[in-house]
Unconditional design. Sequence first.
Length: 222
Amino acid sequence: MSSLADLGPLAQLRAGRLPRRLTQLLIGLVLYGASLALMVRGRLGLAPWDVLHSGLIRYVPIDLGQMVIVVSMLVLLLWIPLREKPGIGTLANSVLIGASADALLAVLPAPHPLAMRVLFTLGGVALCGFATALYIGAQFGRGPRDGLMTGLARRTGASLRLVRTGLEVSVVIIGLLLGGSLGLGTVLYALAIGPLAQRWLPAWVVELEAPAPVVVTEASAT
């Protein structure tokens, strides 16, 4: 668990160290998109939400990264009844992850040897954990899916772990019904992403210059 400041958009800008924090945020989100692309090219299974995205693009003529953006925007609409407030990082997350995933997918070939596919999948999971620590540690707010998780937990009184599990199981089931990509990589991601992000997060939480209320959060994906 890591202590992170719970700030609104204006307070995020006033909290200091903007060059460092903005750079870290952007790098983290771009690397997150790159991790998605690696797992796609590995063809051994995707992260739970990406199982949903990969299923949806079978019926809608857009790229995977574009679908990530569309779903992010739809999830943000669910924040309204939950009274979640988006931050700068929330909006950047909604666009940059999908855009960077599509950019890398456009130039990254799919490997054929199984060993390379395993390497791509393992690298994607590890990179996602590192990228998550970077963008969360920049202290610019939660991603759309994290905000949905915390909002539902607050409204229902259920634990974050229970709500997150319920959300991810639901999107995997829907994604599978739509023909999404599920495999060993999905299981590996589900087991490893939390511990990896928590392992790297303390080293990348940027100490803010302005005093702010602190909330203890769980590191998680978008």
